[in-house]
Design a protein around this ligand. Structure first.
Ligand code: AMP
Length: 279
């Protein structure tokens, strides 16, 4: 497995693969890898001749400096995990390498980026799109793998890939969970033992809501989820919405003919967790 730190080296790796007509699958990550990330890597290895994983904690998508400072990092363990999966190359650039000068590009993502995560983390998706386009331009993959765990991010990446005419197949991968239902996340490492015990309640309460949906209106059900979560000491809901999976607009009635996804952000102590579920 090659560990590549510069864009120039990455470009030369890619050119060599393209010359041999090999396909490239790409998995962008921020490291502190877990089984969720590895599910993406395995999907890529299945369908491509070469798999490239990037590990880069992208400063421009953090709207909170403390969150960036505390973000878990464990590169040596990450490299070991990727070697074990038989990943071909890791792109592990520095901030200076990716942002030799400030990225002033502004992307109009419309209402996709102003709701939910976009409302509570202003500028977050602009930063995500800045880094993902830079990575796409360097790695030039045939396919790129994104987790459904970050549902809004996936929708935005699908949208911008079309808008910017990238010839890249965006492949969604289902959320990998702990046995107790908690969505795997690098941020779970930041939970205390007590917080780790209550965090699975988020998915549990959403799962019950899915089963109960015939009994309540959309608004009643949303209120129930929020009040059940907020009744647990140590959990505080930032938002819970049930949206059209394509437009990310709130639905008003169960009769709307669209795929419906419940998206949530909850503070577990100081750790912000997100998850979603199909309704
Ligand atoms: P991150 O390192 O958190 O930026 O995540 C990198 C990629 O892994 C994103 O496409 C995430 O959606 C995906 N991912 C993170 N956690 C999970 C999970 N539990 N299941 C599936 N994909 C995940």
């Amino acid at each position: 497995m090659q560990i590549i730190k510069s864009k120039a080296e990455m470009t030369s790796f890619v050119e060599n693969q393209k010359r041999e007509n090999r396909t490239i699958g790409f998995v962008p990550t921020m490291g502190a890898l877990h089984e969720g990330h590895l599910a993406l890597v395995r999907e890529s290895i299945k369908s491509n001749s070469r798999t490239v994983v990037s590990i880069f904690v992208n400063p421009t998508q953090f709207n909170n400096k403390e969150d960036l400072r505390l973000y878990p990092r464990d590169e040596q363990a990450d490299f070991e995990k990727l070697r074990a999966e038989k990943c071909d190359a890791v792109f592990f650039p520095t901030v200076e390498e990716m942002y030799p000068e400030p990225d002033e590009r502004i992307f109009d993502l419309g209402s996709l980026a102003t709701v939910m995560e976009g409302e509570f983390r202003p500028g977050h998706f602009s930063g995500v799109v800045q880094i993902v386009t830079k990575l796409f331009d360097t790695v030039k993959p045939n396919r790129a793998y994104f987790g459904k765990k970050d549902f809004q991010q996936l929708t935005i990446i699908q949208h911008i890939t079309k808008q910017l005419n990238y010839n890249i197949d965006i492949v969604p991968v289902p959320t990998v969970r702990e046995k107790d239902g908690l969505a795997k996340s690098s941020r779970n490492k930041l939970l205390t033992a007590e917080q780790r015990k209550i965090a699975p309640k988020i998915f549990e309460i959403m799962s019950i809501a899915v089963l109960e949906k015939e009994k309540y209106s959309v608004q009643e059900l949303k209120n129930r989820v929020v009040s059940k979560i907020d009744a647990i000491d140590g959990l505080r809901t930032e938002y819970f919405d049930i949206v059209n999976s394509q437009t990310l607009m709130s639905i008003n009635s169960w009769n709307e003919k669209c795929e419906k996804v419940g998206c949530i952000a909850v503070y577990c102590g100081k750790v912000r967790l997100i998850d979603n579920i199909l309704f």
